[in-house]
Design a protein around this ligand. Structure first.
Ligand code: NDP
Length: 250
């Protein structure tokens, strides 16, 4: 049987990039998925239609800006009502804003904190009561190698991603005894739009720091997510799971 058969997985920022890869791979494993987007409704609907036709699952399309706590509450509830549960939450939506700290306006700093840290915390807060009622659920936060090995110009981004690692451990301490597991996946350089800018400037330099000598794909991250969402990882919680081709080794 597929590892997520019939489960309902809510993925933020899932119309493109790593989130899209996670949605695709969860659907391949038999899960119903939320495809959430901010602006590109067409892309979200096209992906949902493709996944429904290919895997005979249901894909729930929703507009969601994770900086809006009311929207999070509304969309998590709508998803749970449709599928009767939220088995998994993947806090994937994220933003980078390269720039040295002294040049960053407070509005930009707030935007990064709101998107990368407060958003995931608020999403977890909304799904937890639903998971607690069933004593079952998995929360995955998508961190970054920037927390352990930041570039110049990544101070705020690194702080948000380090915060997600700490948040993951704290969730595991608070809720593992209630049947809820929490994980942080830490991707290295993955070939998405987020990486395009730095790739264009320093492709060779980045590659020289990856022992496997290739960029990762959204699917590489998604395969780890599927394992952590599934019962196959039932004795795993609170950990940081690196998918980086060896980048953190130097
Ligand atoms: P992309 O820039 O390709 O995609 C970012 C996704 O986040 C989009 O779906 C975007 O939605 C969504 N998003 C951004 N801001 C918000 C918001 N306020 N509310 C809701 N959704 C939002 O990035 P990746 O796919 O590469 O990144 C996904 C995650 O992986 C991020 O958390 C990132 O930090 C992390 N990561 C990525 C790495 C990489 O090399 N690519 C490396 C390490 C970590 P929309 O389409 O509406 O803009």
């Amino acid at each position: 049987m597929s590892s997520l058969q019939g489960q309902a997985i809510f993925i933020t920022g899932s119309s493109r990039g790593i989130g899209e890869g996670i949605a695709r791979t969860c659907a391949r494993e038999g899960a119903h998925v939320a495809i959430t987007y901010r602006k590109n409704q067409e892309a979200a609907e096209a992906l949902a239609a493709e996944l429904e036709a290919t895997y005979a699952i249901s894909a729930h399309v929703a507009q969601l800006d994770v900086r809006d706590p009311h929207a999070i509450k509304r969309e998590v509830r709508a998803f749970a009502e449709r599928f009767g549960a939220v088995d998994g939450l993947v806090n994937n939506a994220g933003l980078v804003s390269p720039g040295l700290l002294v040049t960053q306006p407070i509005e930009k700093i707030r935007e990064l904190l709101d998107t990368n840290l407060l958003g995931p915390i608020q999403c977890a807060k909304e799904v937890l009561p639903l998971m607690l009622a069933r004593r079952k659920g998995v929360i995955i936060n998508i961190g970054s190698v920037a927390s352990g090995r930041p570039f110049r110009g990544q101070s705020i981004y690194a702080a948000t991603k380090g915060g997600l690692e700490a948040f993951t451990r704290a969730l595991a301490v608070e809720y593992s005894r209630k049947g809820i597991r929490a994980h942080c996946i830490v991707p290295g350089p993955i070939g998405t739009e987020m990486l395009d800018e730095s790739r264009a400037l320093a492709e060779k330099e980045i590659l020289s720091h990856i022992p496997l000598k290739t960029f990762g794909t959204a699917q590489d991250v998604a395969e780890m997510a599927v394992f952590l969402l599934s019962e196959r990882s039932k004795f795993v919680t609170g950990g940081v799971h690196v998918v980086d081709g060896g980048y953190l080794l130097g």
